[in-house]
Design a protein around this ligand. Structure first.
Ligand code: ZN
Length: 138
């Protein structure tokens, strides 16, 4: 069995952003040489997410509005976590949007359902954040 590990680093210019990272995961899969197996992709930071959904900008604006209703960034004083930090909303948004995804690898390709793409969700950006890619198989 082959095992492959790679860390990707992302730094967004805004506090919140969604990025389609499918091309970077496909590059990692190609580097791994794995044809049949599993690919795990997880955020290595507790204020960022990795999730699968549609690459459609209207949907991404809907996510942003929905998350702001559930866990509005401001006022910062509404959260117990916000003493030393001001990112309680980002922890909550990350929990809703998820930490990781696992995608089957079949015939050397990510075995997606219709319209599925892998996204990085940033909720407390403007600094380097890491994403782990772990691929196992043969
Ligand atoms: Zn925090």
């Amino acid at each position: 069995m082959k095992s492959y590990r790679k860390e990707l680093t992302f730094r967004t210019s805004t506090r919140r952003a969604f990025m389609n990272i499918t091309p970077q995961i496909e590059d990692a899969l190609s580097e791994s040489g794995v044809r049949e197996g599993l690919c795990l992709v997880n955020a290595m930071n507790i204020t960022a997410s990795v999730f699968i959904n549609d690459h459609e900008s209207g949907l991404h604006r809907d996510f942003e509005r929905w998350l702001e209703k559930l866990a509005p960034e401001k006022p910062h004083s509404q959260y117990d976590h916000n003493g030393y930090e001001d990112n309680a909303d980002a922890h909550l948004k990350r929990t809703i949007m998820g930490r990781e995804v696992v995608v089957a690898i079949s015939g050397g390709k990510l075995d997606f359902g219709t319209w599925e793409q892998i996204f990085y969700g940033e909720f407390d950006g403007k600094r380097d954040k890491r994403v782990l890619v772990k691929i196992i198989g043969e």
